[in-house]
Design a protein around this ligand. Sequence first.
Ligand SMILES: C[S@@+](CC[C@H](N)C(=O)[O-])C[C@H]1O[C@@H](n2cnc3c(N)ncnc32)[C@H](O)[C@@H]1O
Length: 304
Amino acid sequence: MKVVSLFSGAGGLDLGFKMAGHEIIWANDNFLDAVETYRKNLGDHIICEDIYKIDISQIPDCDIVIGGFPCQGFSIANMKRHADDSRNELYKMLIKVIVTKQPKFFVAENVKGILSLEHGEVIKMIMNDFNSIGYTSEYRVLNAANYGVPQLRNRVVIVGVRNDIDFKYQYPLPTHNANGDNGLKKWVSVREAMKDIPDPDQPNSLLNHTYSQFKLKFNGYLGNRTIDPDKPAPTVTARGDDKGGVVVLHHPNNRRRMTCRELATVQSFPLDYEFVGTRSSVYRQIGNAVPPLLGKAIAEQFNL
Ligand SMILES: C[S@@+](CC[C@H](N)C(=O)[O-])C[C@H]1O[C@@H](n2cnc3c(N)ncnc32)[C@H](O)[C@@H]1O
């Protein structure tokens, strides 16, 4: 099917849709490095522009609109005022594109934290909004590790089906679990995922295989704890550290941070997916991404 992608970033979700056999015909992000990464790997159908400046009527017709809208900006105060213009603007842009383009389906991805914002009122509002524009929508929390990604990463996946379309979206069934029982494969461990990755301090030809010199901390917080190589990694984030960079997971050897390549591998990007920008920018693009293998599992359910 033909896909329009908003907030596409470096293209994790889009790569998943492409792997599932769909065609991305138009994409948008305003983060230049991420757009360059996208172009290099997925094609030049991406526009680097602020979504507010896009003339929606110029977006081509499509079957699916996909996008992980940033969720900063929802607040109790805004909710109470019930004023449309006080809601999160980026989310409104996603709604506007869906209303204008009338795709058969949409997929909106977000962090699990969105479910607890305003004690659940925010997600209630979002689902009401999607249902009120003519789409039957539901959401599910999916853990990327259950789909072969070497990382425990929970994401909320909202899927909408236009009311006149006779189709019930089925969320993908897990292919992996913690123990590898009940007919499923065992979660992919960091060790297994990294088995073909050479030491970055030895001569090698891998792309983006350099690491942050930021000192290791062991305070138990995300990005500052030891990684068990025999398990999937904890969630890769794009969260800032106190030096203006990005919090990066430790390598299981406990001597350094992961290289960009290793972090991308933990996100299930293929080894030849090349990222553009400074190391900090690349870490951020990777941390922002939907793991392509999770995207693929979601997208395959649209192979009608
Ligand atoms: C969570 S990331 C999406 C990652 C992407 N789905 C992937 O899988 O790689 C959100 C993206 O929204 C983009 N964004 C934020 N504000 C924007 C705006 N005003 N116009 C266009 N893109 C915007 C950010 O640059 C970021 O890349």
